[in-house]
Design a protein around this ligand. Sequence first.
Ligand code: HEM
Length: 393
Amino acid sequence: MSDVIIYSPYDHAMHEDPYPTYGLLREKAPVYCNDTLDFWALTRHADVYTAGRDYTTYSNSHGVSLELWSPDIAKRQSFIAMDPPNHTQFRALISRAFTPRRVAELEPRIREITRSYLHRVLDAGGDFDFIADLAQSIPADVISELVGVPAADRQQILRWSNESLLREEGSGAITASSADATLRLMGYYGQLIADRRAHPGDDMVSALIAAEIDGQRLSDQDIGAVLLLLGVAGNESTTKILGNAWYQAARHPGQRSIAFQPGRVGNWVEETLRYDSSGQMTVRRVTRDVEWHGTVVPAGSRLLLIFAAANHDPRVFPDPETFDLERDTSRTIAFGTGPHFCLGASLARLETRVVLEELVAAVHENYGVGMPVRVHHPNIHGLRSLPTTVKPR
Ligand code: HEM
């Protein structure tokens, strides 16, 4: 059956609404094989959850993206492309900055940053691009402050980060401008590390320079890869979840009324993570022959775990294609499962909640949205541009 369903994560038309395709895979081809693009895919909630936790059978050793698949990719993608025990040691160094308590302490600063961007667009009349003029700057400022990127360089970093996501339609090949933007980001971080070696400060780069694993200091390449991972992960998926929340509420005015009621922003965030997440999937390398639903997936295969399909599985979420802020979202797998569970999940949730709370406080519920422009990427799902019109309260 799986040969009659065509699923490609590089299909631009599919990106508009991937959920019908995911539904076909989940029901008709729960272990799907795409011979042309050389991958397998799991889509059922129970399967994605189970495979995500079994890191010995489903390894991150070749990274988490089909188009950058390589045994050396940890040099660029850091600990997301490692397995325990290396992964555990690296992650421990960074996770100190992302404990729920440390993250909660950032709330006043996130609110301050949000208000400054929001006042700017409201003072200009309330017609603005939700992504370019508001959503993308907030996670970028927050992660830059954590890492230690000077304010003057942040817009440039953001442009490179956006550019680095570009892929060819159909093949998924990295475009020349994407490769160039990634090189520029790496060059920038290399200079930042050199600067902090000469002038240590109270930021993450300086802390990483001073850190040790098994008595060894990290190399510039190790630190640069961490900064690249945090920069791209920290900016892109949070910007896109904000856009998805704003867009989906506009498409579902009944739910938007609930979202704008006191104390309901948390439900808005969680249902957006389930219904239209900014992170669609990940990839693992299968280390031994495994059998799923009577089909053997051979050792060495590339296996997609499609979180966004799992989050629409009717076995777990009744009436999954309905955007419903009243539902139980506790089993959503938007941030992954197992040892690679998103390090920034608390931060992403906090940023999204704060920005939406500030919007709810500042503007009327019946805002309008114009024609959205989508980002085309196999994993990152969201908008590059979303014109919006708001009426200040
Ligand atoms: C709504 C926003 C976000 C979503 C949907 C998201 C989603 C994910 C997912 C699904 C994974 C697991 C990938 C895998 O198993 O292969 C992951 C890992 C990761 N995320 Fe996020 N993320 C978000 C925001 C952030 C932020 C704000 C940061 C910044 C600090 C961040 C940093 C990371 C890192 C460092 C990892 C790798 C963890 C590891 O390998 O141990 N993410 N994220």
